[in-house]
Design a protein around this ligand. Structure first.
Ligand code: NAP
Length: 226
């Protein structure tokens, strides 16, 4: 009988989510969230006990169908997210809505649907937040607002569900596709050596979910050393 704990990682098709999936794979069975079915299948083939869990997170009906049959969940890592930059003047309502839909509403809805399974396991919920969830800078308004909201969601969930651990991870810049888009938007030169590696963020996630049962790492804040 398979007794390995089960983890669901959203955004696992690339970037930080894929690194988190690789870090959890030696100890956890995995559901790999994302939309890129080919990338998810390739990763699932490389990780024993992993399978693709392809779903558009902003589609409530698809989400409800996708969680059917998950009765017990030990770890839920929310890594899927979008980073749409622009000043207040440049940011139309649709951008605010899309950013909140993916970064906040989908996280809340997926967590809500999985609460019985998480409670059954006394599970861990990890929110990949951002430095932008702690400080809002010029040109980052709607992204930062979504991440401030994500932090508030995590604080409320932690207070409401004492049987779960809710870990908010706040990385600075990480070497991923999202960061390439950010740097292109800013017009700077992409220098991967100046950013955190996705594996380093995954190591922080692992620290949160492997902490001894008496310990709750509520917030992990990390910055690149350069
Ligand atoms: P990324 O490389 O752009 O990957 C984003 C992931 O989210 C992909 O797997 C993508 O799936 C998934 N995704 C996006 N929208 C989705 C939707 N509507 N439905 C389902 N899946 C969706 O991003 P990343 O850099 O790894 O970022 C991961 C998280 O870390 C985000 O929450 C981000 O805000 C946060 N973060 C990133 C940085 C950074 O510098 N990169 C820093 C701090 C915090 P598909 O590709 O399969 O569609």
């Amino acid at each position: 009988m398979n007794t390995r704990p089960l983890a669901l990682v959203t955004g696992a098709s690339r970037g930080i989510g894929a690194a988190v999936a690789r870090a959890l794979a030696p100890t956890h069975d995995l559901l790999l969230g994302g939309r890129d079915a080919d990338a998810l299948s390739a990763l699932a083939a490389a990780l024993p006990g992993a399978r693709a869990w392809a779903v558009e997170l902003t589609d409530p009906d698809a989400l409800a169908a996708a969680v059917a049959g998950i009765d017990r969940l030990d770890v839920l890592v929310h890594s899927a997210g979008v980073g749409m930059l622009g000043t207040v003047e440049e940011t139309p309502a649709d951008t605010w809505r899309r950013q909140f839909d993916v970064n906040v509403v989908a996280v809340a809805e997926l967590t809500r649907l999985l609460l019985p399974a998480l409670r059954a396991a006394g599970g861990d919920v990890v929110l990949i937040n951002s430095g932008s969830g702690l400080t809002a800078r010029a040109g980052w308004g709607s992204y930062a607002a979504s991440k401030f909201a994500l932090r508030a969601f995590g604080d409320a969930l932690r207070a409401e569900e004492p049987g779960l651990r809710v870990v908010s991870v706040h990385p600075g810049r990480v070497d991923t596709d999202m960061q390439r888009d950010v740097v292109a938007h800013e017009g700077g030169e992409y220098d991967a050596s100046r950013y955190l590696r996705p594996d380093s963020v995954a190591a922080a996630v692992l620290a949160g979910v492997t902490a001894s049962p008496d310990a709750h790492l509520t917030e992990i804040i990390m910055r690149p050393t350069r």
